[in-house]
Design a protein around this ligand. Structure first.
Ligand code: COA
Length: 109
């Protein structure tokens, strides 16, 4: 995987990077590899804004879907993805090295 396959979206405020989203651009689909908001700046809509930007990019670039995996215990992220239109497609058992399951979620364009 090369850097060219990644799109990194950020929210910079007052010279500080407050939120980051890394999208892998596949041929037909895209995948959110990472999203994080600085702990002091959560619940201000920053991650939601980055996801909207990723969806707009995918639409402009004729991708058919955006995929992601999230820890089953990550209630904040699951709520974020649900609010932005992702739906759970399946579960990957023991996906993480500590044995936790992953939820596979998809946004269909
Ligand atoms: C998950 C994360 C990226 C959310 O970032 P954020 O900028 O705080 O999210 P937003 O402010 O855009 O939240 C949008 C919506 O997501 C949901 N949400 C976000 N954080 C939530 C929380 N802690 N509890 C419940 N719902 C939450 C809410 O519906 C929220 O809308 P609302 O504030 O109007 O209720 C952030 O908590 C984070 O960086 N977590 C650590 C890294 C991580 O787990 N990344 C995901 C890995 S898959």
């Amino acid at each position: 995987m090369t850097a060219a396959q990644h799109l990194v979206l950020t929210r910079q405020i007052e010279g500080e990077t407050r939120a980051t989203l890394t999208l892998m651009r596949g041929v037909d689909d895209a995948e959110i590899l990472h999203i994080e908001t600085h702990a002091e700046h959560r619940r201000q809509g920053l991650a939601q804004g980055l996801i909207a930007e990723a969806i707009a990019w995918a639409r402009r670039n004729q991708r058919q879907a955006i995929w992601l995996e999230v820890r089953a215990s990550n209630a904040a992220a699951i709520a974020l993805y649900g609010k932005t239109g992702f739906v759970q497609i399946s579960t990957r058992q023991c996906y993480y090295s500590d044995g936790e399951n992953a939820l596979v979620m998809k946004y269909t364009l």
